[in-house]
Design a protein around this ligand. Structure first.
Ligand SMILES: Cc1ncc(COP(=O)(O)O)c(C=O)c1O
Length: 399
């Protein structure tokens, strides 16, 4: 995670938030801006550059034409909450009450920060696996949580059970679990989730699970919702969104599923943060969630082809790749290129070679832990891969 540096050029007129002073703007989003500035092929930020499904776009247009243009119910349009409950039951076998256990938010991003603000008190600790999705660091700071990190170690990004146990204690309020995982592509196994479950039960902690890549699974990997394990229903907050599954990252519709008590707190935070997510897009979301199983099979199959295409391009260019079993990112080791660190190499790549990727350090608390890593995304079309391959062919391995 990039720590904020003092900015002497700004006139010191007001005392600004000590919380916001502790983190910087997102490195991932910054790489997209650099890609635009330098005309680079953008393999940094995780948004598809191919169209969203036609029927989902049509549903959004129809909803606007039907004048679904005013505030939806704060915690989500009934049609969407019903569709979320129905899909969760169908896919994870878990019945949830759409009236009391679902809060629709502005993307899973808002679902995460609303959830954290809804449960954290001063002195509370939150366990986070590292490397982690960039947002969790600022989420912890903004909600006032102290973070305890547990390492996921390559090549398979497994964790040490004793290290995880040592991170839990009387101050533990929650653990954040992101499966399938960004940035590593790890998919947590049932055995691993059971270890997490046992610690949550032992220490009376909540699991906040970010499951936004639930349908992007490869090589036989299976996605299991932690909430579906015995003992976890009442102590889980399950976060998901339309963004990745339906190729609509710009729509900003996500949700949190939790017990009525936890949901009541999330709903209050959500209400005063944003009031609600875009009403017509919620209606389109209700239709999207009713997609047949073949939709999700095709999605995974298409992403598998993209994964293998990018793995080959990167390996041919000299990167050592960690093959992901889920999500749509590839972590790579960049040692062969002889650069001092990940940021220097990412800058060279975007400016001189014309390909944008994310420096590994942005996924670690201590940047040294990520300084030989770059993350590439493969949610891109063939044309983008061809352009990236041409440019990456210019890279030279250090002697
Ligand atoms: C793990 C993870 N969670 C959440 C998000 C953001 O999701 P949303 O667009 O629903 O806010 C991303 C986006 O890349 C992500 O990788």
């Amino acid at each position: 995670m990039k720590r904020a540096q003092p900015q002497p050029e700004l006139p010191v007129k007001f005392a600004l938030s000590l919380k916001s002073a502790q983190f910087t703007e997102s490195v991932i989003r910054e790489m997209t801006r650099l890609a635009l500035q330098h005309g680079a092929v953008n393999l940094s930020q995780g948004f598809p550059d191919f169209p969203a499904p036609a029927q989902i776009k049509a549903a959004a247009k129809n909803a606007i034409d039907a004048d679904v243009n005013q505030y939806a119910i704060t915690w989500g349009a009934k049609s969407l909450r019903n569709a979320i409950a129905e899909k969760f039951q169908r896919v994870q076998g878990m019945a949830v009450n759409p009236e009391r256990e679902i809060t629709v938010c502005c993307g899973s991003t808002e679902a995460m920060i609303s959830s954290m603000m809804a449960i954290i008190n001063p002195g509370d600790e939150v366990v986070v696996f590292e490397p982690f999705y960039e947002n969790y660091g600022p989420d912890a700071i903004l909600s006032g949580a102290t973070t305890r990190y547990v390492k996921l170690r390559p090549p398979d990004w497994s964790f040490d059970a004793d290290e995880l146990a040592a991170a839990f204690g009387p101050a533990t309020k929650a653990i954040i679990v992101n499966t399938p995982n960004n940035p590593t592509g790890k998919v947590f196994s049932r055995e691993e989730l059971e270890k997490i479950r046992d610690l949550c039960v032992q220490w009376n902690a909540i699991a906040i699970t970010d499951e936004i890549y639930e349908h992007m699974l490869y090589d036989g990997a299976e996605h299991i919702s932690l909430a579906s394990l015995d003992g976890m229903r009442e102590r889980s907050i399950t976060i998901n969104a339309l963004s990745k599954t339906y190729t609509v990252t710009g729509w900003r519709v996500g949700w949190a599923i939790a017990s009525p008590e936890i949901s009541a707190s999330i709903r209050k935070v959500h209400d005063f943060l944003t009031v609600g997510a875009a009403a017509p897009l919620q209606e389109a979301g209700a239709l999207a969630l009713q997609s047949p199983p073949s939709y999700y099979d095709d999605l995974a199959r298409n992403y598998l082809v993209r994964r293998d295409t990018l793995l080959k391009i990167l390996a041919d260019a000299g990167f050592r790749c960690f093959k992901p079993r889920g999500a749509y990112y590839i972590m790579t080791d960049i040692s062969a290129f002889g650069f001092p660190d990940d940021v220097a190499f990412a800058q060279y790549l975007v400016k001189d070679i014309g390909v944008a990727a994310v420096p590994g350090s942005s996924f670690f608390r201590d940047s040294a832990d990520g300084n030989s890593i770059l993350r590439f995304t493969f949610c891109k079309k063939d044309e983008t891969f061809r352009a990236a391959a041409e440019r990456l062919a210019k890279l030279k391995i250090a002697k």
